[in-house]
Design a protein. Structure first.
Length: 317
């Protein structure tokens, strides 16, 4: 069987079908090229992996890029301690299957160490606390390139991103300092202390991700498919009942058939009502939607018009 992007070398990993998936083949080829370029240019890359759909696809692409050799970099997760247990269980199982090295940056440990202060109250979230933990973990391990699964269609600040996103010594992102990427040429030059966030899925859409999961027959955490869960409505979003969220007056839990479009901290990630319990139904549902997953399900993006951009300037991925 041929390698998906070069046509060279035998591999036991399946490639995309020869017809009906030309766009996915092109996206796959571009992403694999980017991943290989980073490994050739940087001494200490790592791949951000949360067990979410985008990082699942990213990890699969990295697997294809170097098969049959093992991944030449570790897998990194910034764990808030308030993650969906289904996603954490999947993360651990998938990393073990690959025999990869897992590096975990713990928000709870950072709270215990006094690096960050935990928010309190009904709207409290650990999501913003990920940034200083990420920066500390990057510094401790000397990572100078981080693969992330962000896509330009997710959010307005994401749409400004280059594929190679240069970060300052403090981890901050300055959109005016980003470099041109004409003719798919990427400039990995960085000074000591700087690092680059790399987004091989930049040109993908949410639908592309799900179609790739479908044709590659990739496993995903069960919460991506319709299931019954106790939820309550807050600011128009369906939040899961959990020990990490305080109910306020007027919020009444109820049982609903829901699924998740994105996986993050339970305190700021909402579900959507859905009956899509198979991959085919999920693909059909995504094809019909006109609201981005972050716009519909992420409370942390609603704090201001520039919430994502503000976090990225602080060092968020």
């Amino acid at each position: 069987m041929k390698d998906a992007d070069t046509g060279a070398g035998d591999t036991s990993l399946p490639t995309l079908p020869p017809s009906g998936a030309e766009q996915l083949r092109d996206l796959e080829s571009e992403a694999i090229h980017i991943i290989r370029e980073v490994v050739a240019e940087f001494e200490r890359p790592a791949l951000l992996f949360s067990g979410g759909k985008d990082s699942i696809v990213l990890l699969r692409l990295a697997e294809k890029a170097f098969w049959p050799a093992p991944l030449p970099f570790p897998v990194l997760h910034i764990d808030t301690g308030h993650n969906f247990p289904e996603a954490i269980a999947f993360r651990d199982r998938r990393v073990a299957e690959l025999g990869a090295t897992l590096v975990v940056g713990s928000v709870q440990q950072a709270i215990d160490d006094g690096l960050v202060e935990e928010e309190t109250g009904p709207g409290a979230s650990r999501n913003r606390l990920q940034t200083p933990v990420l920066l500390r973990t990057v510094a401790e391990h000397g990572f100078n390139a981080l693969f992330g699964g962000a896509r330009r269609d997710e959010e307005r600040a994401r749409a400004k991103e280059r594929i190679y996103s240069l970060r300052e010594a403090g981890g901050g992102w300055e959109p005016h300092a980003q470099r041109p990427e004409l003719w798919n040429l990427y400039n990995g030059l960085h000074r000591p202390g700087e690092n680059v966030r790399v987004f091989p899925l930049s040109n993908w859409t949410e639908l592309d991700v799900w179609r790739y999961i479908e044709v590659e027959d990739l496993e995903t955490p069960s919460i991506y498919f319709a299931h019954e869960r106790m939820v309550f409505r807050r600011d128009g979003m369906l939040m899961a009942v959990s020990p990490h969220l305080q109910l306020v007056e007027g919020e009444t839990p109820f049982l609903a058939s829901v699924r998740y479009r994105t996986v993050g901290d339970m305190s700021c990630t909402a579900a959507v009502e859905s009956r899509a319990d198979t991959i085919e139904r999920v693909v059909a549902e995504i094809a019909a939607t006109r609201i981005t997953e972050r716009g519909e399900t992420r409370a942390d993006d609603r704090t201001s018009e520039a919430a994502m951009e503000d976090r990225k300037r602080e060092g968020y991925f």
